[in-house]
Ligand binder design. Structure first.
Ligand code: SF4
Length: 223
C-alpha cells in the first residue's frame, strides 16, 4: 500500500465511545464548497504532513493498547482501492474500524461488506444536500487531475442515486452506523433538503450539526 496519509494519533471525538486514531486519505470525488479539508481534497497539503500508509499502520500497531479503534476518513477513503485489505488488517490487529464516507462509491461499500473480515464496525455517511442537488458538488473540469476529481469507477450513475444506494446498503448492512448533516446557511440549504434526505435515514440515527465557517474550500463560505 503506497498511499500517503495524514495520521492523527489520538482522538476522543471521532469514534463514538472509543479512543481512536484517525487516518486521513487525500483526494475526494466531491468538492463541497464549505469543506474544511480543502488542502487535503485538492492535493495541496504540504508534503511534510504526509507519511506512508505503512508507516501509519506501524505507529498504530505500537499504540494498540491505548486505542480502541481507527477512523478512516478524508478526503474520501472509499477511493483507496486497497480499502478492504486495510480494514481487514486493522481488524485483525484487534482494533475496531470506523469508516467516514460521502457515499459516492456504493460499489466500494459492496466490496467492503462482502466479507465479515473486511466489514467496518461503524459507518458514518454524510448527507449533504437533497440527492437531486448532488450534481452541484461534483468536481468541475478545472479541478483537473487533483486526487479524486475523476471517478475511478467511471461511474455514469447520477451522484444522488449513488447516495441513495449507499444509504440503503448501510441501513441493510447490520453495521452500527449514523447519518450526518450540516445545517448549512439558508437559503442555500433548507427544509426541502431535509425533507428529501429524511427517507434515506429510515430509523437510523441522524445527527444534524451546525455549520461553522472558516478555512472553507470556497473562501466565500467563510463569510
Ligand atoms: S465530501 Fe467531505 S472531504 Fe470531500 S469535499 Fe465534501 S466535505 Fe470535503
Amino acid at each position: 500500500m503506497a498511499t500517503g496519509v495524514i495520521l492523527r494519533k489520538t482522538s476522543l471525538i471521532d469514534y463514538p465511545g472509543l479512543v481512536s486514531a484517525v487516518i486521513f486519505f487525500p483526494g475526494c470525488n466531491l468538492r463541497c464548497p464549505w469543506c474544511h479539508n480543502g488542502e487535503l481534497v485538492t492535493g495541496k497539503t504540504p508534503s511534510a504532513g504526509f507519511i506512508p500508509l505503512e508507516e501509519a499502520l506501524g505507529r498504530l500497531e505500537k499504540r494498540r493498547r491505548v486505542l480502541g479503534g481507527v477512523v478512516l476518513s478524508g478526503g474520501e477513503p472509499t477511493l483507496v482501492p486497497e480499502l478492504p485489505e486495510l480494514t481487514g488488517r486493522i481488524r485483525a490487529a484487534g482494533l475496531k474500524v470506523k469508516l467516514d464516507t460521502n457515499g459516492m462509491l456504493p460499489q466500494a461499500l459492496e466490496k467492503l461488506f462482502a466479507s465479515e473480515k473486511t466489514k467496518p464496525d461503524y459507518i458514518a455517511l454524510d448527507l449533504k444536500l437533497a440527492p437531486e442537488r448532488y450534481g452541484e458538488l461534483l468536481p468541475r473540469p478545472e479541478d483537473g487531475n487533483s486526487p479524486g476529481a475523476a471517478d475511478p469507477e467511471g461511474n455514469k450513475t447520477p451522484a444522488g442515486e449513488r447516495l441513495r444506494r449507499s444509504a440503503a446498503l448501510i441501513r441493510g448492512s447490520g453495521i452500527r452506523h449514523e447519518f450526518r448533516s450540516l445545517r448549512l446557511p439558508a437559503p442555500y440549504f433548507g427544509q426541502g433538503d431535509l425533507a428529501a434526505l429524511a427517507p434515506l435515514t429510515g430509523t437510523s440515527p441522524w445527527h444534524i450539526r451546525p455549520f461553522l465557517p472558516g478555512n472553507c474550500l470556497d473562501p466565500r463560505w467563510n463569510t
